[in-house]
Write a protein that binds this ligand. Structure first.
Ligand SMILES: [Zn+2]
Length: 226
């Protein structure tokens, strides 16, 4: 069997998308209460940031910090916007009936998340594979599903499993495999200060529990794992 391997750079191509899917891509982000572009920010988050600055011994009224509470409030909302995303909406119209049972792989999906223990970023790449059983999903949706679970307070292992279980639930495929690799700023900037440590986490569901299928997937993404 010949797996279809896709890199995120190739996902820009939208000609295969349905009208509805293109529409939903063009309007995505519209419903977010405090999107990246918004000039509004949450007053409570601004107040909390101001208190934090004071507590750290800073002067929140000095020139460079005047708009910091506003920026932090907006940025925190954006970095945790996964809480407001809805899988059904993300997948809207992008699951298709298809008679293929060949492994589909999307490698090198960038993600950025915040560790729930320190609220510091961890970031890296996700590699996703599934073996369809009658249903496939628009490939551009896989990075979007990753965002739903990465843009919130997380631990890498749970994020990896949530993505895998979501794909199992909505596609009911023969199996789903996910490997994530990430650098954690809480390890790099503080504590153990292990600068070059990459944490790897995986979830292997269904057919990927079989050693042969699992090792086929792992060898197809190998070379990517640093
Ligand atoms: Zn941490």
């Amino acid at each position: 069997m010949t797996p279809v391997i896709t890199l995120p750079g190739q996902l820009e191509d939208t000609h295969h998308l349905t009208h509805d899917e293109r529409e939903s891509m063009e309007h995505e982000g519209d419903e977010l209460p405090y999107s990246k572009e918004s000039s509004e920010s949450d007053p409570m988050l601004r107040a909390l940031t101001r208190s934090l600055l004071l507590e750290l011994g800073e002067d929140p009224d000095r020139c460079g910090l005047l708009r910091t509470p506003h920026r932090v409030a907006k940025s925190m909302r954006y970095l945790t916007s996964g809480y407001d995303m809805n899988i059904e909406k993300v997948l809207n119209g992008a699951i298709f009936k298809e008679d293929t049972e060949e492994m589909v792989i999307v490698k090198d999906i960038d993600f950025y998340s915040l560790c729930e223990h320190h609220m510091l970023p961890f970031f890296g790449k996700a590699h996703i594979a599934y073996i369809p059983k009658g249903k496939i999903v628009g490939l551009s949706k896989l990075p979007r599903i990753v965002e739903v679970f990465s843009r919130r307070l997380q631990v890498q292992e749970r994020m990896t499993h949530q993505i895998a279980e979501t794909l199992m639930e909505y596609l009911q495929p023969h199996g789903v495999a996910i490997v994530t690799e990430a650098r954690h700023l809480c390890m790099m900037m503080r504590g153990v200060e292990k600068q070059n440590t990459v944490a790897t986490s995986s979830a292997m569901l269904g057919a990927f529990k079989e050693p042969r299928t699992r090792s086929e997937f792992l060898s197809l993404i190998a070379g990517k794992l640093s």
